[in-house]
Write a protein that binds this ligand. Structure first.
Ligand code: YH5
Length: 290
């Protein structure tokens, strides 16, 4: 037995359970945007349909091995309609409550909105995932109040304009500096390092070349010692390289997930939970061998 190769313990507390972040974990994406389910019927009918559809997906993802479900009611795609706070609450709260009532999984609330962070935490969410890294007015204070872990994601610009010719001095260094600044802001409101995860934000204000460079050098980010989460599932960086439509990007997604894990990422956000769990379990077995 070679004790020197034993990896250090790195556990994080997600609301009511500890997860061992020396092993890889999968986060399943649960979008709750009722427009995609609307059939022109009543708002009530479309929201019930949406809840049912979200729960079918949620149950399947947990059965396939997801440790987290990322529940979001605001689309960050360029050109998406803005949502009001009330709309966002109406979308996500029933799903959070239903998941909490019936499934053993950490609920991640995908939001930048302070009121949604607070309500989700009260309903039992275990992680705040903010693609705006707590930059909205009141978000730092709200996140601190929940006492939950928080994922700080990097984005250059805002969703509407972020893909208009994004420019960096050095993609990895620039992201490292941004994250350092956001971690510093967290410390000013009492969010300790032990409650922070970081995410380079693939596709958020980045060209294809930026995204590829970022993945290749992800270990530089992981070397900060803060757990790294990545989300590349079905994104255009895969579509552009492979020339495949959004529903045919699974194999590319598995390749980049394993590469991210090898470079230190410990949580992979994906639409394809089962295949990603298998790929990461396999990669982890190889990395743990001695
Ligand atoms: C992320 O990377 N991404 S929403 C465009 C696509 C496919 C998927 C068709 N929330 C992240 O999933 N949160 C989103 O092309 C996220 N990290 C974290 N932490 C965008 C998305 C997507 C966009």
């Amino acid at each position: 037995m070679c004790q020197a190769l034993t990896k250090p313990q790195a556990k994080m507390f997600f609301g009511d359970q500890w997860l061992d972040l020396t092993a890889p974990h999968v986060m399943g994406v649960v979008n709750v945007t009722p427009d995609s389910f609307s059939d022109g019927g009543s708002l009530f009918a479309s929201q019930s349909l949406c809840l049912d559809a979200a729960m079918v997906r949620a149950r399947a993802m947990v059965a396939e091995g997801a440790s987290f479900l990322d529940i979001g009611g605001e689309s960050t795609r360029p050109g998406a309609n803005p949502v009001s706070v009330q709309q966002e609450l109406d979308r996500v709260m029933p799903v959070i409550e239903s998941v909490r009532a019936s499934l053993d999984v950490v609920v991640s609330i995908d939001t930048s909105t302070p009121q949604v962070m607070i309500a989700a935490a009260q309903a039992g969410a275990g992680l705040i995932n903010d693609v705006r890294a707590l930059t909205r007015v009141g978000a730092l204070g709200a996140a601190a109040e929940t006492q939950l872990p928080i994922c700080l994601m990097h984005m250059q610009g805002d969703p509407k304009t972020m893909q208009n010719n994004p420019i960096y001095d050095s993609i990895v260094e620039d992201i490292g500096l941004y994250i350092d600044e956001r971690v510093q802001q967290c410390s000013t409101v009492g969010i300790p390092l032990e409650r922070i995860l970081i995410d380079p934000g693939f596709g958020f204000g980045k060209t294809l070349v930026h995204n590829l460079q970022l993945l290749k050098s992800l270990s530089l980010l992981a070397s900060k010692g803060i757990p790294v989460l990545v989300g590349m599932s079905r994104k255009s960086m895969i579509g552009s390289v492979l020339g495949r439509p959004v529903d045919d990007r699974l194999h590319g997604g598995l390749a980049v997930s394993v590469m991210a894990y090898e470079r230190g990422a410990r949580i992979v956000r994906t639409h394809d939970v089962g295949p990603t769990v298998d790929a990461l379990r396999m990669a982890h077995a190889v990395m743990m061998s001695d």
